[in-house]
Design a protein around this ligand. Structure first.
Ligand code: F6P
Length: 362
């Protein structure tokens, strides 16, 4: 087994709360227990592809006051576009720049790489590391919680807390104005955020991409609520839900990038039209990704960071740290890189929601 002296750590994909806590834990374990040098690569894969290389040497002094543990975002920066295998060039063409990444790793004289990413980043980084015979260990993070083989990814818990608090706030204004409030939440193609926060925040209706819904079902639930003497209702809808004709509403940003968004407004119009009740829409958006990490995210980040470094020390590459059955384990990256993990429509959370009378679809 090659001796480890220098490791790199990078954050990739959409940011979330708890990333800084992972970087802190990695640095503590690698510097403190093993005496390695730790290089924090800036802006995900870009720091290794750019010349000059872009990185920061990480030392324990930087984390002395523990401020980083509490800070949202990632102080290393991140990217969620610019796949090195199909890098977008200014003239609109795509260029394979994967060898720039591999070359950057060797120029930095790294012995291993810890990648903190979601399912998409994990897949791309694994391909890059395989190509360059780079020893990689993954740490799962994403508010979407759609990484396979782990019950929780860093960032999910904070996002669910944010959505739950938003529902607490919406409830009061919904009641005051006798309105149906629709809250559109992130999660891409999975309903993990919507179902957890919807149950915790007392929603009447939770719509998730994994379970088809109907306008009749929505109307039935709202009328039931009204019959019980309540003139307001809360609806949580995951951004990846489809309209009945099968399209997922999207927003196009300058430069042509598309992101999910708009299903909340669609439902609001439909509910107002079909039930005659007043509706309003809130799109929480990137508020879900920011803020101080929750206790659970700090805990996960800390345990994941320490275990990831221990795997490097043992030469156990091609692995991802994961949370299973109350503890940290590690799993094969091959088992993880198979696409996003959907919510189980027959699982505990959907069953619990229905048990509470919440409409989750038909
Ligand atoms: O994957 C995390 C996520 O926040 C999704 O929930 C959301 O659809 C997407 O990223 C938004 O991406 P961007 O930050 O590029 O707008």
């Amino acid at each position: 087994m090659a001796e480890i002296r220098r490791i790199g750590v990078l954050t990739s994909g959409g940011d979330c709360a708890g990333l800084n806590a992972v970087i802190r834990a990695v640095t503590h374990r690698a510097r403190g227990a093993y005496g390695w040098k730790v290089l924090g690569i800036l802006d995900g894969t870009m720091g290794l592809m750019d010349r000059p290389l872009r990185y920061l040497e990480l030392d324990l002094d930087m984390f002395a006051g523990h401020d980083i543990l509490r800070a949202g975002g990632t102080f290393l920066g991140t990217v969620n576009k610019g796949d090195p295998f199909a890098f977008p060039m200014p003239d609109g063409t795509k260029l394979d720049r994967s060898l720039d990444f591999v070359d950057g790793f060797h120029r930095m004289e790294l012995d291993a790489l810890i990648v903190v990413g979601g399912d998409g980043s994990m897949r791309i980084l694994k391909q890059l590391c395989d190509k360059g015979s780079i020893g990689m260990v993954g740490v799962p993070k994403t508010i979407d919680n759609d990484v396979h083989e782990t019950e929780y990814a860093v960032g999910f818990s904070t996002a669910v807390n944010v959505v739950t608090e938003a529902l607490d706030r919406l409830q009061a204004t919904a009641a005051s104005h006798h309105r149906v409030m629709i809250l559109e939440v992130m999660g891409r193609d999975a309903g993990h955020i919507a179902i957890s926060a919807g149950i915790a925040g007392g929603a009447d209706i939770i719509l998730i991409p994994e379970v088809p819904y109907s306008m009749e079902g929505i109307a039935r639930r709202i009328r039931e609520v009204q019959k019980q003497g309540r003139s307001h209702a809360l609806v949580v809808v995951a951004e990846g839900c489809r309209t009945p004709d099968g399209t997922v509403p999207c927003v196009e940003y300058a430069g042509g990038e598309k992101r999910y968004g708009g299903i909340g407004q669609y439902l609001s119009d439909k509910i107002a039209e079909e039930i005659g009740t007043e509706t309003r829409v809130t799109i929480l958006g990137h508020v879900q990704r920011g803020g101080i990490p929750s206790m659970r995210d700090r805990l996960l980040a800390s345990a994941f960071g320490v275990h990831a470094v221990d795997l490097v020390a043992q030469g156990k590459f091609g692995r991802m740290v994961a949370w299973q059955d109350r503890g940290v384990v590690d799993v094969s990256l091959d088992a993880v890189c198979i696409g996003p993990r959907s919510l189980n429509p027959d699982g505990t959370l959907v069953h619990s929601a229905r048990g509470l009378g919440i409409y989750v679809g038909d």
